[in-house]
Design a protein around this ligand. Structure first.
Ligand code: BMA
Length: 339
């Protein structure tokens, strides 16, 4: 991993970043970024957002044995937008959740009414079954948990407010069947004022179950005089009740620093949609788009991320009533996660 960065950083970039670029594609494409990630038969599979020279995106796969090098890119294995209003202007930013032997892929459909949240299911990334729209426009940055809570699926997502100035917050919603969604509530509100995650936040990769609860990596968008800065922060949700925020870091833990993150089609963006925990149970690879142009990877130790959250108290400056303490649950509560 990279040696030129500050050694105190929690995430270390691969020195060979960017690991996949438009130049790696057999046919000319504009950009490749914001990959979802998972393991398939022991190999790392990235589901890449490929922006064609039409301006519209589709999803291609890239496979590697070690998750760092030797990527085999295949646009026949992936997902193309289907005709119809939901995916009219392409599909973007996939988040992959493995449930038993299948993968639930939540992605953004760029519909004629704005971005919305779609679900497709696959066992092998070759053949797909569309499961429809989960959230109407405008909504994006969504992913499913790999388990159910009290028998219900849970979706983290980011609806856009209809009125300017109210902030775009991360929400959570529940469903008995992946079709009907409700019990929606704000999960991680954007902070306000001068904070790095003021006004607009969104989920990165799907929640990751750890010894301390569900680890969340989210982006905060800072509006500056020369454009937006997309940086990443961490939070932790209760294992049995994911509406409860146990911890939230005050500082960003990863931000645009290297030239391939600072400059591209959209300057100043790091945008992960996937991460993979390696066999040692501690090495975490975060896959992200750099400046909406290239695919990169950074490595962290899961235990140091959890330690960071433990040792950094959360300053509540969100304007929302906090819900940080786990509620008292009766013994034998049926709220435990289940498959
Ligand atoms: C977000 C999404 C991402 C993109 C980011 C920065 O709203 O559209 O796909 O990477 O903006 O442009």
């Amino acid at each position: 991993m990279s040696s030129d960065a500050d050694p105190r950083e929690l995430f270390r970039r691969l020195p060979t970043n960017p690991i996949i670029t438009a130049a790696n594609f057999p046919r000319m494409v504009n950009a490749v970024f914001n990959p979802g990630a998972t393991l398939v038969d022991g190999q790392t599979l990235l589901l890449l957002r490929v922006e064609h020279r039409t301006g519209l995106s589709s999803l291609c796969t890239a496979i590697s044995a070690d998750g760092l090098s030797g990527w085999d890119i295949d646009c026949h294995r992936g997902l193309e937008p289907v005709p119809g209003f939901e995916e009219h202007w392409g599909i973007e930013d996939p988040r992959i959740t493995q449930v038993d032997d299948k993968y639930l892929v939540v992605y953004v459909g760029y519909s004629t009414a704005g971005p919305l949240v779609c679900l497709a299911e696959t066992a092998d990334f070759w053949s797909w079954q569309r499961r429809g729209v989960l959230q109407p426009p405008e909504d994006k940055d969504a992913a499913l948990f790999p388990v159910r809570f009290g028998g219900r699926w849970a979706l983290v997502h980011r609806p856009a407010p209809a009125m300017a100035g109210l902030g775009a917050h991360i929400w959570i919603s529940f469903s008995p069947d992946l079709r009907h969604w409700g019990d929606s509530q704000v999960l991680l509100p954007a902070r306000r004022g001068g904070w790095w995650d003021a006004n607009k936040v969104g989920l990165g990769p799907p929640p990751l179950l750890t010894r301390d609860g569900w680890l969340i990596c989210y982006h905060g968008v800072r509006t500056t005089a020369s454009g937006s800065l997309y940086r990443l922060g961490l939070a932790l949700l209760d294992r049995d009740d994911p509406t409860v925020v146990l911890a939230r870091g005050n500082e960003w833990v990863f931000g645009p620093q290297e030239p391939y993150e600072r400059h591209g089609d959209v300057d100043g963006v790091v945008f992960p949609c996937g991460w993979v925990l390696r066999d040692d149970g501690d090495t975490l690879h975060l896959y992200y788009g750099g400046a909406d142009s290239v695919v990169c990877v950074a490595e962290a130790s899961l235990s140091s991320l959890l330690q960071y959250l433990e040792s950094h108290p959360f300053a509540d400056d969100t304007g929302h009533p906090p819900r940080h303490r786990p509620p008292q649950r009766a013994a034998g509560s049926n709220e435990s996660p289940t498959r």
